[in-house]
Design a protein around this ligand. Structure first.
Ligand code: ATP
Ligand code: LTN
Length: 337
C-alpha cells in the first residue's frame, strides 16, 4: 500500500433535506479541508445507508439530486475532490461483506445509533440497520482515508472503523490506513431549536426545531425568534442555559468569532437583539448556497455528468483495492472480463 497525500473521506445520507447542523457539523468542513489543499478529498452521498430506514423511492431519487446540488453549491469542486454517489461504486458493498466477517456481533450491538434507530423504527429493525457501521467502515477503509470529517454523533462509528482496520491489519499486515475522526471545534453538535437537550435532526417531527439549508430568509428569522431560550435575557454560555448556549455556538460557528467575543458583543443587549442577529448571520451564510442549488437543480443532465465523473474516479481507486484485499483473504482472482 503506497500513497503520497493524506486522504479525507466522508459521507452524508440523502435521507431528507439537510439542516444547518449537517452543514456546520460536516459539509462546511469538507469544503474547508478541500480548499486547504492538504488532502486528497473523497465525499459520497450514502444512499445505500439511507435505505436502512424506509424511503419512498421517488423522494429518495429527488433528495439525492438535491443533496448533490447542495454539496456543489456549498463549494465542493469536482476538479478538486471526488464527489460521488455511493451506489454508483459497487466496490463499497464488496468490501463491506469481507469486513463484516471481521466485525463482532457484540461490537455492532453497542452502537448507540443502532439502539436509537431501532427504537424509533421498531417495526423495521432490519439486518442493514445493524450492519450499517460495517458499510461505513468499508466506505472509509477502501480509500485508505486518514481523516473522516463528521459531527460528534458519528465518532463511535469511526472508532469502530479503526478497530476493524486494526483487526484486519493484524491478520493481514499493511492492508488499511487506520483512520481518525475529524470533528470541528464549533458546530460539532448543533442542538434542536425547540428542545436544546436533543440534536438538531432533519427527521424531527416539529419543523421549528431545525433550520434547513433551503429554508427561506423569512422562515429562518421566524424559527430563530421562536427558538426556546430561558427566562433571563443574558447572552452567556452556561450549562443551565442550554437554549441560548446553542444559539451562541451557532453564531460562533457561522461568524468565526470565539464564544467570549460573542458574549462581549451582546453584553447588556438581550435576546431581542441577539436572536435576529443570529438569524441574519445564518440567512447570509445560507443565501448563496440556496440560490446556487436552485440554479444547479434546473440542469439535471449536468448533475448526471458530474455524478458519472465522480463514480469513474472513485471506481478506479477502489477496484484495485478490492482486488488487493480479495487476494489477501485467499480468493482466486477471476480472469473474466
Ligand atoms: P437524522 O437527522 O435523520 O438523524 P443525520 O442528519 O444525523 O440524520 P446524516 O445526514 O447522515 O444524518 O449526517 C451527516 C453529517 O452531519 C454527519 O457527519 C453528522 O455527524 C452531521 N450532523 C448531523 N446532525 C448534526 C448536528 N445536529 N450537529 C452537527 N453535526 C451534525
Ligand atoms: N453514517 C453517516 C453517513 C456516512 C459516513 C460514511 C460518514 C456514510 N458513510 C463514511 C463518514 C464516512 C451518518 O449517518 N451521518
Amino acid at each position: 500500500m503506497e500513497k503520497k497525500t493524506k486522504v479525507s473521506l466522508s459521507g452524508i445520507q440523502p435521507s431528507g433535506k439537510i439542516t444547518l447542523g449537517n452543514y456546520l457539523g460536516s459539509i462546511k468542513n469538507w469544503v474547508d479541508i478541500q480548499d486547504s489543499d492538504a488532502f486528497d478529498n473523497r465525499y459520497c452521498i450514502a444512499d445505500l445507508h439511507s435505505i436502512t430506514v424506509w424511503q419512498d423511492p421517488e423522494s429518495l431519487r429527488d433528495q439525492t439530486y438535491q443533496l448533490f446540488a447542495q454539496l456543489l453549491a456549498a463549494g465542493l469542486d469536482p476538479e478538486k475532490c471526488i464527489l460521488f454517489v455511493q451506489s454508483h461504486n459497487p466496490s463499497h458493498p464488496k468490501l463491506s461483506w469481507i469486513l463484516s466477517c471481521f466485525t463482532m456481533f457484540g461490537e455492532l450491538s453497542r452502537m448507540t445509533q443502532f439502539k436509537d434507530k431501532s427504537q424509533r423504527h421498531s417495526d423495521n429493525v432490519n439486518a442493514g440497520l445493524f450492519t450499517y457501521p460495517v458499510l461505513m467502515a468499508a466506505d472509509i477503509l477502501i480509500y485508505d482515508a486518514d481523516i473522516v470529517p463528521v459531527g460528534e454523533d458519528q465518532r463511535q462509528h469511526v472508532e469502530l472503523a479503526r478497530d476493524i482496520a486494526i483487526r484486519f491489519n493484524n491478520r493481514f499486515p499493511g492492508s488499511f490506513v487506520v483512520p481518525e475522526a475529524y470533528i470541528p471545534k464549533e458546530g460539532a453538535k448543533i442542538m434542536s431549536l425547540q428542545d436544546p437537550s436533543r440534536k438538531m435532526s432533519k427527521s424531527d417531527s416539529n419543523d421549528n426545531a431545525y433550520i434547513l439549508v433551503m429554508d427561506s430568509p423569512d422562515d429562518i428569522l421566524r424559527k430563530f425568534k421562536r427558538a426556546v431560550t430561558d427566562s433571563d435575557s443574558r447572552v452567556i454560555v452556561s450549562e443551565d442555559k442550554p437554549g441560548v448556549t446553542n444559539l451562541i455556538h451557532i453564531y460562533s460557528a457561522v461568524t468565526g468569532k470565539s464564544l467570549a467575543e460573542v458574549e462581549a458583543e451582546f453584553e447588556g443587549k438581550g435576546y431581542g437583539v441577539f436572536k435576529p442577529a443570529v438569524a441574519e448571520a445564518v440567512i447570509e451564510l445560507l443565501r448563496p448556497l440556496r440560490e446556487k442549488s436552485l440554479e444547479l437543480l434546473r440542469d439535471k443532465a449536468y448533475l448526471d455528468d458530474v455524478m458519472a465523473i465522480g463514480a469513474e474516479k472513485a471506481r478506479a481507486i477502489t477496484e484495485a483495492k478490492v482486488r488487493e484485499i480479495y487476494e489477501k483473504v485467499g480468493f482466486v482472482l477471476s480472469k473474466a472480463k
